[in-house]
Design a protein around this ligand. Structure first.
Ligand code: MSP
Length: 492
């Protein structure tokens, strides 16, 4: 007998800086990654989903000083907040990496040593404008009114001895790999941006050490310098699955690095160059999603409009927040967040479509005392391969849209058939179709709305299914109608 190895799927999120607590932007990437990871598990794949926190460097050092705390203790506290938030938001990561974890630090030292030994590091002097918010040097042309366009602060002028990484050596190979889709960059428009950047600019060597920053990993050949935070941080994607231990080969290269558009350029240049210099394969795919504003404004502490995903979930339920974030914005494009839009989705789609459907079907089914059997009819309006295609193309909004089409059409079936008026075989047949549709809907929504799917399974008296179970077959559940799935939100 030939046993085929299960297909692997390795997905990562950015590791978030611990200078601040988790906000809705971090939650967006993490929820999207969770939905994708759960979808691949539903397909029976061997999924590894990695997330975590980025804990070294000047930005964190300054934040700890401001809080009057020793950096490690400060990091411990904030990292816990991320873990707690992900627990509440039902994030099914396989591992949570912290860059202060001992195995990571050890592996980074190993990687630095290899880079040094392989001749990719040299000593020089750096002079330039450094933005602590970005944790990177900026060029004059990147500034707007002398300020960093992202952090709206003037960068500091730094001049120091530094070690450099020969990024320039990788210019051509990176451009080739991106053009040939050996590193797939998505969406297409973002890929073109990176290609045109590489065609019009020569990649320059980058400074990878700081002598004035104490909170970081020391360079093994010169301990008076600490490693540049991005060089350290990128390696999480391999150390998080065990590198340099050979077991990491099960999952590497990553199938998908999911990130926000703000950090695409570094992911498409420094990261693959670092991998090539260490002698590792480049990632298969990088997807950069859009950024969202809050009621049209940039989210920022100074504007006081930072949205806390945990508070939002407490107010409206975790699944409502998950649903909204995926359904509201085309994945890859920018969007705008507002509570009004969230409420509209809850009332119009979760309550009126899904909640209503489950309640109606279970009410009708509970009333019926005979054996439920029939012939599939609703299968004609369900296209699983289309939903899967959307998921594979990372068109998350469209996938959820296609599932919702099925939810709405199932509701329509009740109305058109006037199921409440049917009797005997006709009623049995309609109930069979409706219960099987609800069972399948529960499977399809499980990556997006895991808690709701569990509630539906309980009411239908069935176990959680896989994607291969999304076919109309015999209904074998034991029905027990429960509470309404979602509550209507009354606008004040
Ligand atoms: N630590 C680096 C990443 C290192 S990965 C090797 C970092 N951290 S961060 O805390 O600033 O997180 C940035 C990421 O948070 C973005 O790439 C994006 O995934 C997410 N978002 C932050 N604000 C966001 C919005 N306003 N909208 C959407 N996503 C947002 O950069």
């Amino acid at each position: 007998m030939i046993v085929l190895a299960r297909k692997k799927f390795y997905i990562t999120t950015p590791i978030y800086y611990v200078n601040d607590v988790p906000h809705i932007g971090h939650a967006y990437t993490t929820i999207a990654a969770d939905v994708i990871a759960r979808w691949h598990r539903l397909k029976g794949e061997d999924v590894f989903f990695l997330t975590g926190t980025d804990e070294h460097g000047e930005k964190i050092q300054q934040a700890a000083e401001k809080a009057g705390k020793e950096p490690k203790k400060f990091c411990d506290e904030i990292a816990k907040k991320f873990k707690d938030a992900w627990k509440i938001l039902n994030i099914s990561y396989n591992h949570f990496i912290r860059t202060t974890d001992k195995y990571h630090v050890k592996a980074v030292i190993n990687a630095l040593q290899t880079l040094y030994k392989n001749g990719y590091i040299y000593k020089g002097k750096y002079q330039g404008l450094y933005c602590v918010g970005c944790e990177k040097y900026l060029t004059e042309s990147e500034l707007i009114d002398g300020k960093c366009p992202l952090h709206l602060k003037e960068p500091q002028f730094l001049s120091e001895d530094s070690y450099f990484f020969t990024l320039s050596k990788f210019h051509t190979v990176l451009l080739n790999k991106i053009e040939k889709d050996e590193i797939v960059i998505k969406p297409e428009a973002r890929k073109n941006e990176i290609i045109s950047f590489l065609q019009n600019n020569k990649l320059e060597d980058i400074s990878i050490s700081r002598s004035k920053v104490k909170w970081g990993i020391k360079l093994p050949w010169d301990e008076s310098h600490t490693c540049y935070v991005w060089i350290d941080a990128f390696l999480n994607y391999v150390t998080g699955i065990g590198w340099p231990n050979k077991k990491f080969e099960r999952y590497w290269p990553a199938d998908l690095h999911l990130i926000g558009k703000d950090i695409l350029r570094v992911h498409a240049t420094i990261w693959p160059a670092e991998l090539l210099a260490v002698g590792l394969k480049v990632p298969k795919q990088i997807f950069a999603h859009g950024y969202f504003t809050i009621k049209g404004q940039k989210m920022s502490k100074s504007l006081g409009n930072v949205v806390d995903p945990v508070e939002l979930s407490k107010k409206y339920s975790v699944d409502a927040v998950r649903y909204f974030l995926i359904r509201e914005f085309p994945f890859g494009e920018d969007g705008d967040f507002s509570e009004e839009a969230l409420i509209n989705r809850i009332n119009g789609e979760l309550v009126a479509d899904l909640g209503n459907l489950i309640y109606r079907v279970l009410t009708l089914a509970e009333r019926y005392k005979g054996r439920i059997k029939g012939k599939p009819e609703l299968d004609k309006i369900l296209d699983i391969s289309l939903i899967d295609k959307h998921m594979e193309n990372l068109e998350l909004q469209d996938a959820l849209g296609a599932i919702w089409e099925f939810v709405r059409n199932t509701n329509k079936y009740i109305n058109e058939k006037q199921v409440w008026k049917l009797e005997g075989e006709e009623l049995s047949n309609a109930l069979y179709n409706l219960l099987e549709a609800c069972r399948i809907i529960s499977i399809l929504i499980s990556p997006f709305l895991p808690e709701t799917s569990e509630k539906i399974n309980k009411q239908l008296g069935i176990k959680a299914g896989k994607l291969k179970d999304c076919k109309f077959r015999k209904f074998t559940g034991r029905i027990k109608k429960g509470e309404y799935l979602f509550k209507k939100v009354v606008k004040m």
